[in-house]
Write a protein that binds this ligand. Sequence first.
Ligand code: ACO
Length: 325
Amino acid sequence: MRKVGIIGVGEYLPQKVLSNHDLEKLVDTTDEWITTRTGIKERRIASDTEATSDLAIKAAREALAHAKLNPQDLDLIIVATVTGDMPFPSTASIVQNTLLAEKAAAFDISAACAGFVYALSIAEQFIARGTYKNALIIGAEKLSAVTDWQDRNTCVLLGDGAGACVLSEVKSGGILSVYLGCDGSNMELLNMPAGGSRKPASHETVDSRMHYLKMKGNELFKTAIRRMTMAAERALEQAGLNFKDVDLIVPHQANSRIILAVAKKLGIPEDKIYLNIEKYGNMSSASTVTALVEAVKEGRIKKGDIILLDAFGAGLVWGASIIKW
Ligand code: ACO
């Protein structure tokens, strides 16, 4: 089997910044509540003319440039998203067409906040087996399109953005392990009830606000900590490493209190945690990858470092990966 690594990274965050103070004017909340309960200070909101594929394409172009590859070099494009441009065709098809990536197969995956780690594991296997040479994986979301701006329980948490990575064969290091999991029995804790085949759009679904993300955050909180801790332990075990080997944990950014609790349980000190939740909030599949991209850009990740990706989200799903940079 070939070794597979990340050879290029890119991101795109929409220009519009929505601060906690802006949200104080929309719902009954305060900057103090949002900051202390979540760690979020502001988030980005895509414009009316920007769809998820527009964010994805910008992140993809930056990742391709960083990898010094052309779109025509790509064999595979995977977009992880729960807010695709439309139910079908896939957002990956739109990205493939716009990039003119003529050779690339393309599809979307739905694994919410763990979507990037799921996409990473799929792409890795195609390259490790020699089926494909170069893969582009993107986590992209326009969560503002499914946000209920009257619901203070959710609207203060979410944001829009995209991150992308190019995967290819590497001589040393690369992805050492990936661990994925799912527990569908708790799916009602986080979902968007209508718009699919169970409840197609109707006047009733619109009137009862069923086309928005619904979350029982409090009930998810402890599960998120437990599952992310377990996923990280499994991924470390599979890689034959332990928590002391980790140079940087790059987690899904849903809540800084969740992240700090996971790191504490794992025995990883706070200076080895990468956080950017303050600037962007929770961008579902775009969060982990955007954090990874920014950690690279800021020089927090050096060649040879052991990186732990760790994510949890709607499904419920979780995933962790160990990468030697
Ligand atoms: N401003 C002010 N008060 C608020 C707000 C707000 N924006 N939102 C809720 N409150 C109130 C509640 O109504 C409640 O009031 P009450 O006690 O009078 O009923 C009080 O604050 C406490 O609410 P909790 O829900 O208990 O607050 P908690 O400390 O649990 O924080 C949060 C809520 C931030 C949602 C947290 O539970 C969390 O982060 N949960 C996990 C989220 C997660 O990991 N999701 C999965 C990944 S995300 C994805 O897949 C898209």
